[in-house]
Design a protein around this ligand. Structure first.
Ligand SMILES: NC(=O)N[C@@H](CC(=O)O)C(=O)O
Ligand SMILES: [Zn+2]
Ligand SMILES: [Zn+2]
Length: 443
């Protein structure tokens, strides 16, 4: 092995879209940031016109392993994440079996390390089997090798206020956070499948009102205030949720929130054709909600963008609308959607995009200090990096995906920007927009 084999020189990138610099990566860390750096023998990435960001961190990914390896595996989901510019993802607990024990969390963690493309950090279930009644082994998961810090029954709401209160008290003891799928089950029938409004009436589909989300968010911020613990709102989707968050933050409540790319761009009227590709939970909302979410993301009321990447096998999606599975792909296109909606429009800069897609998610998940994600691009920092072509414009084709599933709501749309390269601790996982396999060949 030559002395410079582990060296990568990124030449002439614009750091967070601002000053231009060369970045030398050696042995997993940023060795030097400067101009006209020379590193004979280092692999050089010409980055003229490209923007360098800290590696993206996804607070909300469904990897489906164990249980539904036909829809996605830790390995295929890791590939999709790397292609999307991610260096860390949080894998939701609604697998089969559920991630509700230390052993289950360690298994997911180890599968992620074996795939080796992104850091896969398991989310632990709040309640055993996601049943909503008995707390899962929160402390054992936290103390396990997986070091779980984020807990969620995602897919289901922790609807019982007493269970939620106890979970918040428990995670406080080790600095954890509960990520809530906010949806009051008694405010929507079991077959609810879209936003409750004028369109649901016209289509004859049973709907959820936005208030089903808002009452849980309001309740949970009060429980967070009462317990002095941290709550995180998963996939915030309504203007009312934004109002509650704004108030809670003004009161100093330890609440954070994420919004998905699809809730930042897609609206409920896409359901007019009954295409199950657009069936997702929480449902796509009207344009007024979308605008409130964009504003909240820009002003920091919403902390992060999280994909809620929810792969589904074809035979689970290709049904009549009411019977199809909920969820859509997100990892490979998230940065492009945020670039399109927030950066190309001038509402945010690349530095802001780095805040909402890397720094804040890393802080919320506790990956900032320990695992070196979401860090500044500076000498001595772990080299988890994403290089983006801001001028690219790409027509999304669902068959270009490295995910096992094809439920891609962006198919046929033109999106801005493109991930050019991703580095995990200094090792390129993506180069020239293409996955680098561990064998070193392109796949
Ligand atoms: N978002 C979805 O529509 N589906 C998710 C569950 C969830 O995030 O609630 C899934 O696991 O498929
Ligand atoms: Zn959810
Ligand atoms: Zn989810």
């Amino acid at each position: 092995m030559s002395a410079t084999e582990n060296h990568v020189l990124i030449r002439g990138a614009s750091l967070l879209g601002e000053q231009r610099a060369d970045v030398l990566v050696a042995d997993g860390v940023v060795a030097e940031v400067g101009s006209r750096l020379d590193a004979a023998g280092a692999r050089t990435i010409e980055a003229d016109g490209l923007v360098l960001l800290p590696g993206l961190v996804d607070l909300h990914t469904h990897l489906r392993e164990p249980g539904r390896e036909d829809a996605e595996t830790v390995r295929t989901g890791s590939r999709a994440a790397a292609v999307g510019g991610y260096t860390a993802v949080l894998a939701m607990a609604n697998t089969s079996p559920v991630t509700d024990t230390a052993e289950a969390a360690e298994r997911v963690h180890d599968l992620g390390r074996a795939a080796g493309l992104v850091d896969v950090q398991p989310v632990g279930a709040v309640t055993k089997g996601l049943a909503g009644a008995e707390l899962a082994e929160l402390g054992l998961m936290a103390r396990s090798r997986a070091g779980v810090r984020v807990f969620s029954d995602d897919g289901r709401c922790v609807a019982d206020a007493r269970v939620m209160r106890r979970a918040l008290e428990y995670v406080k003891t080790f600095g954890g956070v509960v990520s809530q799928h906010a949806q009051e089950p008694t405010l929507a029938g079991p077959s609810a499948c879209c936003h409750e409004g004028e369109l649901s009436g016209r289509l004859g589909l049973p709907g959820w009102p936005g208030v089903a989300e808002e009452v849980i968010v309001a309740r949970d911020v009060m429980l967070a205030r009462h317990t002095g613990s941290r709550v995180h709102v998963a996939h915030a989707s309504t203007a009312g949720t934004v109002e509650v968050l704004r108030w809670a933050k003004s009161q100093g409540v330890a609440v954070t929130a994420e919004v998905t790319p699809h809730h930042l761009l897609l609206t409920t009227d896409l359901l007019g054709g009954y295409d199950p590709t657009f069936k997702v939970n929480p449902p796509l909302r009207p344009a007024e909600d979308v605008e409130a979410l964009r504003e909240a993301l820009a002003d920091g009321t919403i902390d992060a963008v999280a994909t809620d990447h929810a792969p589904h096998a074809r035979h689970d999606k290709e049904h009549a609308f009411v019977d199809a599975a909920f969820g859509m792909l997100g990892l490979e296109t998230a940065l492009q959607v945020v670039a399109t909606v927030m950066v190309s429009s001038g509402r945010m800069g690349w530095g802001d995009l780095a805040r909402v897609m890397s720094t804040r998610p890393a802080e919320i998940a506790g990956l900032h200090h320990t695992a070196g994600h979401g860090r500044p691009i500076a000498a001595g920092e772990p080299a988890n990096l994403t290089l983006v072509d801001p001028a690219a414009s790409v027509v999304v084709d669902r068959d270009d995906s490295v995910s096992l599933s094809r439920n891609n709501p962006w198919h046929g749309r033109t999106l801005a920007a493109r991930v050019h390269a991703t580095l995990l601790r200094g090792v390129p996982t993506v180069l020239d927009g293409t996955l680098v396999t561990t064998e070193g060949s392109h796949a």
